[in-house]
Design a protein around this ligand. Structure first.
Ligand code: GLN
Length: 279
């Protein structure tokens, strides 16, 4: 037996040695998760004795985080737009930047039934948030990767959205039958230039899927493929997350397809989302 505070200190030191940016806070989060309590409660339990049986699963979580697996994957969850989503290993972790996409699109979803296609759904956080915020949304959640499809399905289940969501495997919009309506296409596609990936943090570079990150030479390959398809299928418009500096190029692609274009900034002031509405 050892007191919780000792486990906390040892975990903090281990995380620090592994180069994790906020080692103390993450150690608290991992312990709180394992004990099923809030992080602040950890401070009330410093003297709590921890037995070997209890420590075993905690050590496994600590080991994984020490390998720089993203905290969200280790804990199996991440908050996005005020709700909790299941995150399974090997799927892109929801980022706060992506909430800009939700903010940009929500006020534009009009009508009694709005058909939205979320391309590259990953955890499903984008499309499912839209569906949770607006009961008129009917969602096609599409991904190519089986790990992502399973993760999306877990979140459909968690949030009780089975009746309004179809989870489809396929490339871009190909999996949506031609007879089915699509009003909006939304996507956070891979947009990191291939050569930049090696410079990213290990959480991203080693543990997140290339398919969700690698946008080719200039990072714009996915937009080149998706924009013409969206122009052909979407009855109303398209909303796309972009990387820093990519908004002008993506805006131009959309304008060329006849969309009226609007650009939205994230909380850091970066042009993060490009919205195109059919003229
Ligand atoms: N925002 C992610 C990152 O910079 C990239 C995600 C993406 O390519 N869509 O790590």
């Amino acid at each position: 037996m050892k007191p919780l505070v000792e486990v906390l200190t040892a975990t903090t030191e281990f995380f620090k040695a592994r180069g994790i940016p906020s080692p103390r806070m993450e150690a608290e989060l991992v312990l709180a998760h394992a004990l099923g309590i809030d992080r602040v409660k950890v401070y009330l339990l410093f003297d709590r004795p921890m037995g070997e049986a209890e420590l075993l699963p905690i050590r496994e979580l600590v080991r994984r985080r020490g390998q720089r697996e993203p905290l969200a994957a280790v804990l199996g969850r991440k908050e996005f737009y005020g709700r909790e989503f299941v995150v399974t290993p090997g799927v892109l972790v929801p980022r706060p930047d992506t909430e800009t996409l939700i903010e940009a699109l929500l006020p534009r979803l009009q009508g009694d039934s709005v058909y939205v296609a979320d391309v590259g759904s990953g955890t499903g956080c984008i499309g499912l948030t839209l569906a949770l915020e607006n009961p008129a949304v009917r969602l096609y959640a599409i991904d190519l990767a089986d790990a992502a499809l399973a993760n999306t399905r877990a979140n459909v289940e968690k949030h009780g959205l089975g009746k309004r969501v179809g989870v489809l495997k396929g490339n871009l919009l190909a999996a949506i039958p031609a007879s089915r309506p699509v009003d909006w296409v939304v996507s956070n596609p891979p947009y990191v230039p291939s050569a930049d990936i090696e410079g990213l943090e290990p959480e991203v570079r080693v543990h997140e899927p290339r398919l969700a990150l690698d946008g080719g030479r200039d990072g714009l390959d996915a937009y080149r493929a998706l924009v013409p398809q969206a122009a052909a299928r979407a009855r109303v418009g398209v909303a796309l997350e972009v990387g820093k500096g990519q908004a002008p190029a993506v805006s131009e692609m959309l304008a060329r397809e006849g969309f009226r274009v609007d650009v939205c900034r994230d909380l850091a002031g970066v042009e993060r989302v490009v919205v195109g509405v059919k003229g």
